[in-house]
Design a protein. Sequence first.
Length: 264
Amino acid sequence: MLLKDKVAIVTGGGRGLGKAIALTLAREGADVSIWGRTPATIEETAREIRALGRQALAIKTDVSNSAQVNQAAEQVLSTWGKIDILVNNAAILPQTLSAADPSEVDHILNLTDERWAEEIAVDLTGVFYCIRAVLKPMIQQRSGKIISIGSLAGLNGGYFATPSYSAAKAGVMGMSMLIARWVAKYGINVNVVNPGPVKTEGATFSPAQLEAMGRMIPFRRGGVETEVLGTPQDIANAVLFLASDLSAYITGSWINVFGGQRMG
């Protein structure tokens, strides 16, 4: 029970990485508020958390709407009286390249203003809104763990991303380091987990992409030649480490979880 009686928020917790993270935190003793835009999926995650014997609170929240974020944070505080952990997972995944694309440059030329604005609003601005909403109670209690989900695309631009997604994830990393420096004196840890390609229902890869990743990712799970993708649990385990006291002296850092696709 690494998180016994802690209160956690997981954004985008209705499926994929967010659901795996929420359930992992609950199994380690946390009560979890799941935020997301689809009531049915966040309620299902909440039901599974309650089945583990922990409390759960599903709140319909669009993280790109600051008023909704602030209201959701207040609801968590009024329910449990504190916020110990924030996991910024909600994101719009990039529209990835396919083998049929004539040119990667088309993904710059054809990126609409609306798509750019939407990805930045959710993937970057939404992270800021959520951090801002939980900082006051964390400062008051002189403790807190803030973990944001970044991406390989934030480190090297990525390979199958969009300019807006890469920009947002790079922004999350820079913003996290600055905020970590400013809030460290209050005992608050701010870190990032960077996933590589992960097997989820929201991420699909073409045969050409899988072949390319097979060349770029050296690690093979269980020594099986075709097992190059990460799993949601891989990411959840890294988040758990940063959410627990095992990482008490780590802040302003990131953990890369992508099988050696980028070393260092």
